[in-house]
Structures are given as C-alpha cells and as structure tokens.
Design a binder for this molecule. Structure first.
Ligand SMILES: [Zn+2]
Length: 304
C-alpha cells in the first residue's frame, strides 16, 4: 500500500515538473540565489548565512516529520528551480535523492552534517544518530558547510557568507553558554530526559543530561513500541524516579501520556526535536527553539 502511494505521489510530482517546464519558469525572478532546504533547522542556517543574497524555501514545516517525509508536487517545483539544495544529511532526509531525481533537478547539493562524527545507534541501516543540530559544536560545523555551499553557488557572495556565518557561530556560542548556565544549578544526576523519540542524544552529550529512554524506541519516528518496550520504559522511569515525560512538537503525544500515567510521571511542554516553531511563534529560529527546549527542561527539573 505504502509503495503504491509513493508511486502515485511521484507521478504527481513528474506532472507538476512537466507543467513548470512548460511554462518556461526557471530560476528566481528576484535575482537572489534560490535555496531549497529540507529541514527547518538547515533552512534557518541558510537564511542566517545567506541574508539578503538568498531566498530560502524550506520543504518541511512545523507539522512535518523529516524521517519519512513524502515530498509534494510543490517541493518538486521548488527543487527544479533551485540554485542550491541544502540537506541535513546523516540519513535524515534521504528522500531528497528521489525527489531531485524525479524533479530532474540539477542544482548543487550540500549536506550540512557532512564531516560531523555521528553518535552510534542500534538502528539497522543507520550510519548514526541524525539529530546532529542539537550539538552546538556540530551546528557550527553545519553553518560552515552551508556557507561553503552558498559560496560555491554564488562565488560573488563568498566574503558575505563567511562573515555572516562567523557572526551566527558567535550566536550559537552564546546560546550554548546560556543553556549551560541555566542548567548549572541542577545536579547532573537530576537532568533526566524521557522524550517521544530518541532525538536528544547530542543535546544530552553537549549539556550533560541523562537520556533515560524514549517512547518510540528509535532515532526515527517510524516504529511503534511493543507492549514489552513500553513496560520496560515505565519500569525504568519508576526505577530512576523520573518525574517528567517530554512530548515533542509534530509528534502525536498519545503514547507519551500513557507512559507518563502508568509511570506516575507528568507530561511536560513539547520540545522542539525535529521541527522548529511556526512563523511568528517566537521559536521559528533554531537558537530560539533550543533555548525554549532548555527552559522547558529546566522548569520540569526544578518543579516541586
Ligand atoms: Zn527525529
């Protein structure tokens, strides 16, 4: 069933691209570098680094789920007109390859996570944990990769991209410092994390947190936990006296509520795991979303 749906989906994509080609629409009319980015995080990095020289179209929005996203005809249209395509990489957005092929897109592509050492996972067929942006050092690397990709697509902007990337890296440094300071009064053994899926491994490493477990027992959001896995997690939450189960934006919190209830824990405000907030929410930027994550965790840990 799933395969059939995908084939039908790509049929629609091909039709959309054909109609675009028929209109003779190519490239941007704004004179700006047309950038298409997969995740909201890399779209934000491209906007931060690109400034006025670029126009960024993000494929994923606050509701979308990157691990098994199904591209739409308008995505095909966007990539076919792009001067540069920015991906997360690390197997998070592998669906991009098929999208580019189906759309006949020949824009250069940059993988933001390139060169980042991935945390290992138990997942089969996964090179490592793809949620690299939650490590501020890795995020800085991603920003540099995006800047290098932009400079290749638009050599005249090389210095501007380099300068803006350096300024943004300083913001990332301040963000990480502020998160560390906000966690500092809380003993590391109290900084427990139970989330929807296993997306905060890098965050935990960077800020000295304990990942107790996740409701979806993987680094993707595709698998449903078995009854046995749920019971094991509930037991773990009780044994470790974890008080809070964190839900995530863009993930239906039904199972999280059940686990929290069975374990006698409470459910906290949603974290930004794979998505950022919608425009105007105050968390549409990567830095703002990470700071919101830290605030949500801190208030859960210090709550009476
Ligand atoms: Zn994820």
């Amino acid at each position: 069933m799933r395969t059939i749906l995908i084939i039908v989906g790509f049929g629609a994509l091909a039709a959309a691209v054909a109609s675009v080609a028929g209109c003779g629409a190519t490239g941007g009319s704004s004179g700006r570098v047309q950038v298409v980015a997969t995740t909201m995080q890399v779209a934000d990095f491209a906007r931060q680094v690109g400034g006025d020289r670029v126009e960024v179209t993000g494929l994923l929005d606050a509701e979308a789920e990157p691990h098994d996203y199904e591209p739409t005809p308008s995505d095909a249209e966007a990539v076919s007109e792009a001067d540069l395509v920015v991906a997360n990489g690390a197997n998070l957005d592998d669906w991009l390859g098929d999208l580019l092929e189906q759309a006949g897109a020949d824009a250069p592509r940059v993988e933001a996570a390139r060169g980042v050492t991935l945390l290992p996972t138990d997942e089969e067929g996964f090179p490592g944990d793809p949620h690299v942006w939650h490590d501020p050092t890795a995020a800085a690397r991603m920003v540099d990769n995006v800047a290098a990709g932009l400079a290749r697509a638009d050599p005249a902007g090389r210095d501007a991209y380099r300068r803006r990337a350096a300024i943004y890296r300083q913001r990332l440094d301040r963000m990480a410092k502020s998160i560390r300071e906000s966690f500092a009064p809380i003993p590391p053994e109290q900084r427990d994390l139970v989330t929807s899926h296993d997306a905060f491994g890098y965050f935990a490493r960077a800020y000295d947190l304990n990942v107790i477990g996740s409701v979806l027992p993987t680094v993707t959001t595709e698998a449903e936990p078995s009854a046995q896995q749920i019971k094991a997690l509930v037991d773990e939450i009780r044994a470790e006296r974890v008080r809070t189960v964190f839900t995530e934006e863009a993930v239906e919190p039904r199972l999280e509520r059940r686990v929290a209830e069975e374990a006698g824990a409470r459910v906290s405000t949603s974290l930004y795991a794979d998505a950022l907030g919608p425009p105007g929410s105050g968390t549409a930027g990567f830095v703002e979303a990470e700071l919101a994550n830290a605030r949500a965790m801190r208030s859960a840990w210090i709550a009476p």
